[in-house]
Design a protein around this ligand. Structure first.
Ligand code: CA
Length: 233
């Protein structure tokens, strides 16, 4: 018998999408539970303690953003937002409130499952305690204990802010990080509007780390939202 995969709580009012997600997730052996509105979702998240919440933003009783706000009061459980709203503002609000990732409807099943796996991986204890001081992606190796970054075995010099930015992107590897979050963590809370810093520093990092900086493989831009360090390609 194969062990059951983690429990995923789906908070979604559309019965068709619920049915689709139930079929998709149970086919992947995830345990599945569902709630049809925000209040029920918050209650189920508290009582069932799922490994991950898949959350629709357009719920009948309350805005899905309120669900994130409420869950984040007492839990760091991964929350992946699935929503038809295309507006950047909603994505940014969801991420700034502590959502782990965002998948827009209509979504590809493969992409949704990859995001779920990535969010679950990040939530696993080994990933969370930062025990791995050496991170590798492609021919880039970052040794945070020695503060040494190499590309293809050759040392690359990073300025202190480039180094900090890379550290933050690696901390959230695989998930999109908003401009505000990056600016706050690298430059501090008084600089959260200076998105031009990011453009400059991300470009510098790409020049130093990417094989083709014009077509970045790892340091990806999420237009209008922020950046994502992607290891999966
Ligand atoms: Ca909805």
């Amino acid at each position: 018998m194969t062990p059951m995969k983690p429990l995923i709580l789906v908070i979604e009012d559309d019965p068709q999408i619920r049915r689709f997600l139930r079929a998709t997730l149970t086919a992947e052996d995830y345990q599945f539970h569902e709630a049809v509105n925000a209040q029920e979702g918050i209650a189920q998240a508290a009582t069932r303690q799922p490994a991950l919440v898949l959350l629709d933003l357009g719920l009948p009783d309350q805005d899905g953003l309120e669900v994130i706000r409420e869950i984040r009061r007492w839990s760091q459980m991964p929350v992946v937002v699935v929503s038809a709203r295309g507006q950047e503002k909603d994505k940014i609000s969801a991420l700034d409130l502590g959502a782990d990732d965002y998948v827009a409807k209509p979504f590809a099943v493969g992409e949704l499952l990859a995001r779920i796996r990535a969010a679950l991986r990040r939530a696993a204890p080994a990933a969370a305690d930062g025990a791995n001081s050496i991170i590798r992606f492609g021919d880039v190796e970052a040794d945070f204990e020695k503060r040494l970054i190499t590309v293809g075995g050759r040392e690359v010099h990073l300025t202190p802010n480039e180094y900090k930015l890379l550290q933050v992107l690696i901390k959230y590897a695989g998930r999109v990080v908003t401009q505000r979050q990056l600016l706050n963590e690298v430059w501090g809370p008084q600089h959260t509007e200076q998105s031009q810093y990011l453009r400059v520093y991300v470009a510098q990092l790409r020049r130093k780390l990417e094989r083709d900086p014009a077509r970045p493989r790892y340091l990806q831009t999420e237009p209008g939202i922020g950046y994502r360090l992607s290891f999966d390609t």
